[in-house]
Design a protein around this ligand. Structure first.
Ligand code: GDP
Ligand code: MG
Length: 521
């Protein structure tokens, strides 16, 4: 069995590629870090090759949980090959991780994704040259349009030599790294020696802890690093980062040409001018949310969700099934108590839960559209400015939004928030969001008291948000949660049309887990 680790930046298309290569179903979304868990699947037509999906990461530094997980896997488990997926439209930044992966002394295959967008942008990237400098195969693919996947699969199936280490660093650093390698030679496995030397140079806390250096060795390491720091008048980590980017710039100069354009605004940028506009962003957002809730569970005139739910409640579980069951029970001559248990208990109970399935499916479908087309990332971006005031970060919005489906995955989604403090406050406030289980209650009130007004569901949403805000403010006063939220960095993938299979798959996945859990309960 050959194991291939799939590594790449968040939003480089890892999940899409993983699905295309393995054929297994997995949820794809637009926010960074949706793939927190390790997933694996067999390569199509190659049962003996296992693809291990790693979390999306920008580097092998231990800043986020994802980076810790990914690098521990790569260094300790030593997969047979690394499939590095890079976003061809963001090639400079994506190659930063590539330079680090090439230092792991493992065979690397580079998949340059988003070929469709690269073509549309008019930029040209010479992959033959890139592959020659990096010393690893580089294949142009589009995970979404399923281009170049056969060629990629062929490379993955072939045996590849271990990645050759590119000449990234300047002589002073190279020399320091050599000295550190001598220092660590008997401490770590030889194939990872270089990687450990780089991390020791960066004073990576986790690696230093793992190495158990004695005071003499620590002193020598410190001397080597400090000498270079003095020469550059910079700290060790920044020195390496700068030289990595300089290296990328050098190699791209030989193989990448940007199209000279009069206007650099893409269609996506133009949409963002409105949708993330300082003044328009919030009104547009409220309008979209209102539209979504109206279609999913508003008044019967426009709401597909409510129409479906009414049909399930009034016809399917109102007449068909109860009548059928009653006839059956009478024919069988079932006793009154058992008959009542089945009819009034099981059938009515399950019916009450399943009645909400149409609404929930419509809601999940609409959410999937927003995710798949790229709007959801904008939501986090828009909300950040607002959420900062309440001690939350923009990334808190994603858990809160997922919680509109169910609080449990909502709280689970908070794992994508790096800072412990932000994550805890998010977890504590996420439960206020009206979720699938609260919808029946809201629906009941809307029907019984407010004549099915769509404003009830909308205002329940707003009140939920208000509860989150107020508790955020309260929690901020506590000492454990005080302090500034972490700076928010997130990229906005270009808008694109959602794919129907993605939408149906993720709607079904979420809907089915609701049916299974709520229905059986
Ligand atoms: P991950 O965060 O690395 O798992 O990335 P995803 O697989 O979730 O993809 C991020 C976004 O890029 C999604 O909206 C995908 O539909 C989109 N995407 C992935 N591959 C391609 C591609 O080849 N072309 C285009 N245009 N979009 C893509
Ligand atoms: Mg993913």
């Amino acid at each position: 069995m050959k194991t291939i680790a799939l590594a790449g930046n968040p939003n480089s298309g890892k999940t899409t590629l993983f699905n295309a290569l393995t054929g297994s179903r997995q949820h794809t979304g637009n926010w960074p870090g949706v793939t927190v868990e390790k997933k694996e699947g067999r390569l199509k037509n190659h049962e003996d090759i296992l693809i291990q999906d790693l979390p999306g990461i920008y580097s092998l530094s231990p800043y986020t949980l994802e980076e810790v997980v990914s690098r521990a896997y790569l260094v300790n488990e030593q997969p047979d090959m690394v499939l590095d997926i890079v976003d061809g439209t963001n090639i400079e930044r994506n190659l930063y991780l590539t330079t680090q992966l090439l230092e792991l002394n493992l065979p690397v295959v580079l998949a340059v994704n988003m070929a469709d967008m690269v073509r549309a942008s008019g930029n040209t990237l010479d992959l033959k040259k890139l592959s020659a400098v990096l010393g690893c195969p580089a294949i142009s693919i589009s995970a979404l349009k399923k281009e170049g996947l056969d060629e990629l699969t062929a490379e993955l199936a072939k045996p590849q030599p271990a990645g050759h280490r590119p000449d990234i660093f300047e002589p002073q650093v190279v020399q320091a790294l050599e000295e550190i390698q001598k220092l660590l030679a008997d401490k770590v496995p030889p194939q990872s020696l270089y990687w450990y030397a780089v991390k020791a140079f960066e004073r990576d806390e986790r690696v230093l802890e793992e190495l158990h250096l004695d005071p003499g060795q620590t002193g020598r390491l410190e001397a080597i690093v400090t000498k270079v720091e003095k020469e550059y008048d910079d700290d060790a980590e920044s020195i390496l980062t700068t030289q990595r980017y300089d290296y990328i710039e050098r190699i791209l100069a030989g193989c990448f040409t940007k199209k000279a354009t009069a206007s650099s605004l893409t269609l996506s940028d133009k949409i963002d001018r409105v949708v993330t506009n300082r003044w328009l962003a919030l009104p547009v957002f409220v309008l979209i949310m209102w539209g979504m809730y109206t279609i999913a569970m508003g008044g019967t005139v426009v709401s597909i969700g409510t129409m479906g739910t009414d049909w399930v409640n009034d016809v399917l579980f109102g007449e068909w099934i109860p009548n059928g069951v009653e006839t059956l029970l009478t024919t069988l001559g079932v006793g009154e108590v058992l008959s009542s248990l089945i009819q009034d208990g099981i059938v009515a109970g399950v019916g009450a839960v399943l009645g909400f399935v149409p609404q929930i499916l419509v809601l999940f479908f609409l959410l999937s559209i927003l995710e798949d087309c790229g709007y959801m990332s904008r939501v986090a971006f828009i909300m950040d400015r607002l959420f900062r005031r309440f001690g939350l970060s923009g990334k808190s919005f994603i858990p809160l939004l997922v919680a509109t489906g169910c609080g449990v995955p909502g709280i689970m989604a908070s794992r994508t928030i790096e800072q412990d403090r932000d994550r805890k406050v998010t977890i504590m406030t996420t439960g206020f969001i009206p979720c699938g289980a609260k919808m029946p209650i809201i629906g009941l009130f809307a029907g019984a008291v407010f004549g099915q007004s769509p404003w009830v569901a909308t205002s329940a949403f707003v009140i939920g948000i208000a509860a989150v805000v107020v508790s955020g403010i309260i929690l901020k006063k506590f000492k454990v949660f005080a302090g500034e939220p972490a700076p928010f960095v997130m990229e906005l993938p270009a808008y694109h049309w959602p794919t129907l299979t993605n939408l149906l798959a993720s709607t079904w996945e979420r809907g089915w887990s609701f049916i299974k859990r709520a229905g059986t309960l």
